[in-house]
Write a protein that binds this ligand. Sequence first.
Ligand code: ATP
Length: 358
Amino acid sequence: MGVEIRVEGLTKAFGSQTIWQDVSLTLPAGEISVLLGPSGTGKSVFLKSLVGLLKPNRGHIWVGDRDLPYLPESQLYETRKLFGVLFQDGALFGSMNIFDNVAFPLREHTKKSESEVKRIVMEKLELVGLLGAEGKLPGEISGGMKKRAGLARALVLDPEILLVDEPDSGLDPVRTAYLNQTMIDLNAELNQTFLIVTHDINTARTVPDNIGLLFRRELVMFGPREMLLSSEEPVVRQFLNARRVGPIGMSEEKDVSELEAEAKMGMDVGKLPPIPPQQMPTTGRIRPAQHAPGAWCAAHGVTPPPGSFIDELGRNWVEEWPRYVAAMSSPVGGHQIGGPQIGDQQVAGQQQPPGARY
Ligand SMILES: Nc1ncnc2c1ncn2[C@@H]1O[C@H](COP(=O)(O)OP(=O)(O)OP(=O)(O)O)[C@@H](O)[C@H]1O
């Protein structure tokens, strides 16, 4: 079971360069959160601060009752064991094969026997779909496989929190989709708290429970996926619509005259596209921390954009959800191929869950 992380008033500067200030957010236990932001806004610096590799200038990072920036070295070392981190480049040792790369943290930080190490490494390689590749060197496998090997290594000490920095960097859209599915399946099985930094808007729109956006040295917004995907805030809309028009310019912020010129020409950040159904685990099971589709909008009286929560088969997942949940929790629900029905359609086994598109 993952743990909650509560960030309060966090500020980080390098010399006179403030990277971000007064950042507050809560990563709910077991939920998947995504952090977005234009290049150079300090997303990687934020991840490194969370895991204690960089010290913030001000503020708090509560992991349970421990305030990470102020822990003595010995306790910091212990608390870091709660985290698994996948860095942008996978950070694999080029001279070690995949098995030894994944085994590295176990051999370094535990006193487990080699047979125990082998059992754990093979279990993690199986989780990320890399069984059979253990004898290969990083230079002999594809970029997607390197990411998955990095993921297996991040998981090997059974962390409660998984931080993933740009899993999609250098990957084609199909491999990105597979890696996203792997992370969703991992979260469904292990229920860790996830924070994923990404530039991929499709990932941000379909994978997480929560989205945050850093811009102009601040956290513009952080909250449930539906909150950001229905937000009227221009920066959020521009970013999540991947538009050129809006407050975000090529080198960060547009000036007033540029914005006035856009307004005069009638250019705006565009209509909100429909909120897509959230991508589900391949089993079709509901993740332990997953929220019902449309729940946030309903609770806050927000009308989602037209066409929201409808999948490519035309099913509206706000309407289907109660039956889906009932079917999945019935004794045969998640186990039997071709078992429970939604309306005239099967929901388990061969039936595609909402958001399953790959
Ligand atoms: N150790 C460091 N010392 C000084 N400046 C740093 C250090 N690490 C990062 N920075 C600066 O902090 C800023 C934010 O960098 P960071 O890598 O966190 O951005 P990012 O949002 O992850 O960017 P991208 O999306 O392009 O990966 C940059 O200006 C970078 O040069």
